[in-house]
Design a protein around this ligand. Sequence first.
Ligand code: SF4
Length: 447
Amino acid sequence: MALKALDIYKLLPKKNCKECGDPTCLTFAMKLAGGKADVDLCPYLDDQAKSVLGATTRPPIRLVRVGVGERFFKIGEETVLYRHEKTFYHPPGIVFRLKDTQTEEEIAAVTRRVRDETFTRVGTDLRFNGVAIENTSGSAEKFAWAVATVEKQQAHLPPVLIAQDPAALAAALVHCGTYRPLLHAAIAENFRDMCALAKRHGCPLVVRAPTLDGLVQLVKDCTAEGVQDLMLDPAPENLGAFIRRSTQIRQLAITRSLPELGYPVYLDATATGLEDAALVLGIVKYASVIVTSPLEAGPAKASLTLRQNIYTDPQKPIQMNPGLYRVGNPGKDAPVLMTVNFSLTFFTLEGYLEASRIPCYMLIVDTEGLSVLTAVAAGKLNETLVRDSLQKFDVGNEVMHRKLIIPGYASPLSGRIEEATGWKVLVGPRDAAEIGEFLHEVWKKQV
Ligand code: SF4
């Protein structure tokens, strides 16, 4: 059971010494309760308090890192069953499956695609995470060759190595350096050898069993061998079995009823018989690494979009970075349009501005992602913010004029913005769809 902030506070030393980085023990307790601080930050806790607090305040699902360098990814550390309760933190790594029986060209082409392909949506670059190489040939040499072929592409992608035979994994790991690939999989028959490999190369390890009891036993065995970074493969015989088992695992982990299940879940979508559906449901239902066949362009974008949506904090609007953005190639006499950093507002306005074919500047001010109407009502959009943003982003040096177009819903601020900035304010339309007409009819008369 998770402790409340006041229960945690009772266990703290109450010195208010600030050494944990918080001004008081109470604020530290509140952070611990929210899973936003580590109990080790307080140096004055006795062992008993540490063990009670550590067990109840650490995220119930272990954080695991796959790979190293620019393309590494984190999984786990989730704290809720349903996204609307809080948020899901670490999106699943989606990796494309390769077999060591494929040709060099095929392996290289898929690897390069994962290395290079980026899809930008609402200001974020979306990418697939890596490749999973399977030892389907049964030959350790062939497997090592396939892994070396992936590494030759200089992709720096975190690989997943899939083999039943520890000797094949050992041969392949020679080509991975210290790259921390994910090893799949330890089973009852081979876990000691797999653990030895995982420890020697510092790799996370998947444990695989078709029952929860089997997974719990393997987790106990592998942690006793000294491997802590584990993932759970519930070895589903079909998609329904995956959903049932992954939901049970998540429930038992989140409620801390069975701490041995507090690890991220692995899904091989290609083995479910319904690969496309498995990819979608895996993203929604708690998979943290999903192995899939290389996707066509349409499903690729759809899956990355779904993942972005599910792993966006529902309590925080998607925001743009404040700044001065160019639409087209604006000159010194181009209009400057101020608006908020709510990304939906940004992209809607940007689309209509592009359609108007009038090059311009967009001055995006930081309203913490609130829309114009809400930001005005909440006092987040005000003359001081506009003045400071004009100065911070050096707008006066970009244009010769001193005219600022503000959104129609910000019209109550027009007088105060003029006074605070010295810029003449033009009140634009309320509806972004009318901005093209406004620029052609109102702005052109101003210049
Ligand atoms: S370091 Fe410990 S005793 Fe000091 S303020 Fe933080 S919680 Fe309190």
